[in-house]
Structure formats: structure tokens, C-alpha cells
Design a protein around this ligand. Sequence first.
Ligand SMILES: C[S@@+](CC[C@H](N)C(=O)[O-])C[C@H]1O[C@@H](n2cnc3c(N)ncnc32)[C@H](O)[C@@H]1O
Length: 237
Amino acid sequence: MYGWQIPPPKKPTKSKEDFARERWEKVAWLVKEGMLKSERIKRALLKVPREDFIPEPYRDYAYLEVPLPLPGVAATISCPHSYPLFYEPLGLDQGHRFLEVGLGSGYGTAVAREVVGDEGVVVAIEIDPLTFEYAKANLERAGYRDVVLIQADGGFGYPELQPYDRIAMTASCKEIPLPLLEQLAVGGRLIAPVIGASGQNLTVFHKFATGISQQFICTVLYVHLRGQYGVPGEQES
Ligand SMILES: C[S@@+](CC[C@H](N)C(=O)[O-])C[C@H]1O[C@@H](n2cnc3c(N)ncnc32)[C@H](O)[C@@H]1O
């Protein structure tokens, strides 16, 4: 169903200290591999306990480079390197108004909240009601009450708080939903896995007063966008 190998569910055995060590090692590895450069993103990844956003049967795998299942239909927490992979080319920074389409576990939302800081705004939308409730509970427990969480089809964005400086779509689409491009500020950037002829291309869209340019980052594998702007006949991935 997902297109990648999910490790077997098991009772968690790791301590807070084990996870803290793994988190440090993961961040050091991301820096060494050249995937993590921004100090703010680095500090955010060191601060947010990823294991607290993962269902118990998969918690011990928190820092493995594999997406893990969440409550809901085909919902996953993306693998750890996905967050710098998205947020670095997006240039996510202090003070940004940020929109995330595909809240999932809430982990990416918490990381973004740390990056944009108190001067910024974070809005995250999730289409699946079960996944939404799971993420909401995770974020509340972790103390992230100052994020705007919406249970709806994220293809329509959230016009009430537009324009957004940065938008991340964490589910793959054939074309970027028009409302998202409209709600992106001039000078803003949107990142999304775009389905092409031979796979998904992680692409950054830069919006200018005169139009939109595209920058290919790498090929990726993400669950498909659902809802109005989803891929017909390809809702499951
Ligand atoms: C890869 S997961 C998100 C991972 C998430 N960023 C995290 O940190 O856990 C993609 C999410 O997009 C959601 N999704 C799919 N289509 C959507 C839509 N039209 N609007 C909002 N969310 C959608 C899925 O239900 C799933 O939870």
C-alpha cells in the first residue's frame, strides 16, 4: 500500500535518553551529509522529540530513515531527512507565515513552529479526521498550542490567513492546486512532490510579480494528495 518496507510493530523499549542520543546523532549525520545547513532548522530538529509524534508500536524506529504509519488512511510521518529536504530549499526562516498541507503526525508542524518563531505563523491542514485528531493531541501534549490546525481539504488552502511566505505540500500531486498558488505571497516559495512520467519530483516553485519559476530538487516517494485536487483513481499509495 505504501510502496516502502514498514518495520514490524513492537512494544517500545527505548528510554528518553536513548531517543535524545539518536536525535543528536541524526542531526550530526544530516549536517555531515550536507542536507542540513540552516542553524534555525538544526536547532528545531534538536529540540522537537520526534518519538512523541509516532504511534507506540513504531516508536523505537523514530530515527530510522523510513516513513511510519499513522492513524488514518495512508497517512505517514515522513522519514527524518524529509524535513531538511523540504525546509532547506524552501528557505524556511524566522518570521515566515507558513502553510503545511498534510499535517500527518504534527511533527513537521512543530519543527516549522520552532523555525519561524513567535513572529511567524504556522497553519497546517489535514484531510483525514483520524489523522487530524492524532496530530492535534500530539501537538497539544508537546506544548504547541500556538499553531492553527484545520481539518479540511488542504488543496483549497486556508484563505483566512493568506498570504503565506512559504507553503509545503507533504502529499504528491499532478499539478499544484491553484488556490495554493494564489495564497502564496509574491516573493514566496512552495515545495511539493509533483508526479511526473517516471516518478515524483520534489519541486520548489518561486512566485514573482511576473510569474512562477520551478526548481527541481530530487526524486521522492510520498503518499498521494486526496480530495478535490487529488489524483483520480490513485487515492491509495
Ligand atoms: C507524508 S504525510 C505528512 C507528514 C507530516 N508532515 C508529518 O510530519 O507527520 C501526508 C499527509 O497528507 C495528508 N493529505 C492527503 N491529502 C490531503 C489534502 N487534500 N489535504 C490535507 N491533507 C492531505 C495525508 O492524510 C497525510 O496525513
